[in-house]
Ligand binder design. Sequence first.
Ligand code: HEC
Ligand code: HEC
Ligand code: HEC
Ligand code: HEC
Ligand code: HEC
Ligand code: HEC
Ligand code: HEC
Length: 479
Amino acid sequence: MRRKLTIAFVGLVFVIGGWFLLFSASEGPTEAEMAQLRQRDANRRAASLEAERRSKTDLALLSEHGRGQELPDYLVSEIDREGNFWFVGKPDSAVGVQIPFAPGRLPLPPAETEPLNPNPGFLGAEACRDCHKDKYDSFIETAHHRTTRLALPNEVAGSFEEGSNRMATGDPNVIFTMKQRGNDLYQSVQFFDWGFEVPFHIIIGSSKMAESYLYWHGDQLFQMNCTHLTERDEWINSPGFIDGDAIYARPIRSGCLDCHVTYVDYRKSANHYTPKSMILGISCERCHGPGRQHVDYHVANPDVKEPKHMKVPSKLSRQAQMDVCGQCHTTKKAPINEQAFQFRPGDKLSDHYEMIDGKEESLNSVHTSNQVGRLSLSQCFQKSEMGCVECHDPHRNERGNLKLFSQRCLECHQQEHCGMKERLGDRLADNCIDCHMPVRASKNLQVETGEGNIFPPLRDHFIRVDQEATDELLNEKPN
Ligand code: HEC
Ligand code: HEC
Ligand code: HEC
Ligand code: HEC
Ligand code: HEC
Ligand code: HEC
Ligand code: HEC
């Protein structure tokens, strides 16, 4: 059993990283370790019983709907060495379940804890609405604002309707079904004849490519197994997850949230937070600095029109501007000493993050296509003072408007500079982008499905003559 499960989980080690190495290095526990494990297991079970007592309403529902069943005899469970996770599997089968709560129990609702470290003054975009209504109204439509939000039924893109609410895997004994009861949404897992349910709490991803989902277990946050892929309108395995396993124990560390929420109070040990301190979405303040002082000042001094206590990136050096966006759009490792949310506009990125120096699209362990590194390879960047705002207005959603982006190229270029002008005539100006900044399947994002792997596309910011992209485009739309 240990062997089989270890094999099944080893794959994840490479995808998810060092953290899981804990399991793969195992050579079987000693007698003393086993005793310790049993003791931890007993402690955990006691803790779960306590949790059960606390979430009575959920439990009533649970038995009513057949969730949280005790394990049948033919399934075995094993707790990991740190006492954090349960593996559930069949002795004769390689597929498995990973959950951070004991089999037969439920994830705990978000914990009611107090913040440990004071919030340095992040308020969220709502705090700017009254005085910057024009900016606010368009900003809330952007991918930044929408990148994390509460998983309410009208916000989740995927279907909960019978017929399209299932995700089959390559293994017939592992089936996922998306369920809705009132305003509560669940991923329901059927593993052989045993099952359990996990609630949706947070959506991560504006759904331009995909939405993934997170749930609270007390003060810990985990990624759910099923993600929704926008292009196919389908439920798929989360990127990096193994098809056929049911994985609900992938911890969400502060480095992940550093790029996808405005702020959250995090504890000393990894993946422990104060749930109610979390400010969802990337607000104005990740580019302008925490807003409390500014807001307090202008509320108290309504007649003052000179701005106080606020930074505007375009008034900083170009490198400092790139560093503002580089918090999330470049190759870097997790924040130094896990100190997320410490960067302020004007700071040097390398003071807060361990940098990976490189211009490849996929050097880091995450999935940005390294826009900062790629753009800086371009002649446009090297021979001008261009930054990101030459083409992007961070306060608007301009996605898909390739004609508008092409006009921004023409702020510096003339159509006649392009060798294709003669051939394409006036149509040239409709879309410089797909020829000079093509989208390509990204090595950063790999999704395993029952029918093979998918690599969602990202746009390359290395602006250059790309003959291949040109040929593709011309073949699609022949003259
Ligand atoms: C009580 C009113 C008020 C609130 C609330 C407010 N601001 Fe301002 N803000 C001002 C005033 C007044 C100015 C100066 C006039 C102007 O530029 O509009 C200003 C200017 C700015 C500037 C330009 C600074 C510069 O140097 O040019 C930025 C950026 C800014 N605010 C961001 C924010 C953000 C982010 C929030 C929310 C966290 C916010 N403001 C909330 C009143 C407010
Ligand atoms: C705190 C992290 C963070 C910072 C700082 C940040 N971004 Fe982003 N940005 C993201 C994330 C995450 C996404 C993807 C959101 C999604 O689709 O869920 C994104 C998406 C985008 C997009 C794609 C929008 C779309 O709909 O296609 C653009 C363009 C962009 N960012 C530009 C910038 C620029 C320019 C800056 C600096 C002025 C910047 N970002 C700063 C995290 C950040
Ligand atoms: C270094 C910053 C960074 C980290 C860390 C990061 N992301 Fe992202 N994420 C981005 C950016 C930027 C994008 C948009 C992709 C692009 O355009 O390059 C994105 C895109 C996404 C998307 C797709 C959004 C869409 O609208 O299609 C999902 C889902 C996502 N991230 C989830 C996660 C999860 C879960 C983690 C942690 C395990 C994580 N990200 C860690 C920056 C980051
Ligand atoms: C992704 C980074 C980013 C986010 C998020 C962002 N801004 Fe900005 N903001 C900038 C940059 C960069 C500039 C300078 C733009 C320029 O000069 O073209 C700017 C300029 C401004 C200005 C002053 C210049 C002007 O155009 O009037 C104000 C005021 C402002 N932002 C307010 C806000 C508010 C309010 C929000 C949230 C509702 C917000 N910003 C969100 C990056 C951002
Ligand atoms: C801020 C001004 C600016 C903007 C905006 C700009 N460029 Fe450029 N671009 C330049 C400069 C300067 C060069 C170098 C030209 C030279 O040396 O003659 C250049 C070079 C190029 C080259 C030649 C690259 C090579 O390797 O020879 C291409 C192709 C190009 N730009 C396309 C674009 C496209 C497409 C856009 C819009 C997506 C764009 N540019 C936006 C300033 C800009
Ligand atoms: C159908 C694809 C296509 C479109 C659309 C297109 N280009 Fe080009 N572009 C090319 C190719 C291919 C070349 C190299 C052609 C040559 O040198 O004969 C080129 C060359 C260039 C160059 C000169 C590069 C050099 O040799 O220094 C610039 C600048 C440029 N394009 C800018 C633009 C701008 C700006 C637009 C939009 C207004 C645009 N292009 C639209 C394919 C395209
Ligand atoms: C010369 C113009 C130009 C500059 C400069 C530029 N971008 Fe972009 N960017 C684009 C275009 C065009 C798109 C495609 C927009 C679309 O598909 O709707 C894009 C898309 C993006 C996306 C979405 C990625 C995806 O694959 O869908 C992100 C994130 C982004 N840019 C970030 C940045 C950042 C960060 C910078 C500065 C380092 C930057 N961009 C500078 C033109 C530019």
